[in-house]
Ligand binder design. Sequence first.
Ligand code: 13P
Length: 281
Amino acid sequence: MLTSTKELLEAAQKQSYAVGAFNMYNLEGAKAVVNAAEAENSPAMFQILPNVLNYGGSALIAMFLEAADSAKVPMSVHLDHCDDRAMIGTALEAGIQSILADGSTLSFQDNLAFTQEMTDFAHAKGSTVEAEVGRISGTEDGMTVAEKEAKMTDPEEAKEFVAKSGVDFLAVTIGNVHGKYHGEPQLDFDRLAKIREKLQIPLVLHGASGLPATMIQQSIELGVCKFNVNSEVRKTYLAFWREYGRTESKSDLLDCQKSATAAMQEVIAEKMRLFGSAGKA
Ligand code: 13P
């Protein structure tokens, strides 16, 4: 059932677990998340990246909204990493539950002004807003942010930013990266603890693919209520089709779509158990 992102994350905050927000691209992705969430009795979120929305348009948002609404567990639909006012407008008009107003490439003041404006806009439409203070490195949706351009979240800045912008959730940068971790992930938990001391709102951690269980657990204990997951599920999907391309005997496309969905579902369900959201719907 379609539920507000705020409700999902506040329930997670109260009961010390986190909701998985899965970047999805198509019907197989929609089914994989719904199937996993229902099988695990877990709340879940769909996330749409701007390039994917550019490609699929409002029909794609409608498909995710419908999939979320007809699910037996609480789900929401979120626009990920968007710095485009017009696209945020389109998504809000289409009924999306929340957006990441991403001004992380801007200066602190410009990010604040952009986020304030988008927060007023989204709240007026009954939606909620995630913001990013600091900047996460790595590759997402064909866009790469070099390590040297990344910026850790400063706890004092985060406090000022949240107070002035009125955002509902904050994405933190504490050493997390989009895509592949080169070597062991190094998360700065002291920094996360300082951010938590200063903020009451749900915190978000991007780049959850590849994080070990201990780090996931520690992040939840320090206030993370939403983990963003893309690479691990996307790689599983692509690996399925690569294999499919090598085995010409499988020619029923629908059967293959179902198998691709099942392959993603397994990875998603494992994340739900890891995040502690399984059994919490
Ligand atoms: P991963 O691709 O590393 O899972 O990160 C996804 C993400 O943070 C989406 O915003």
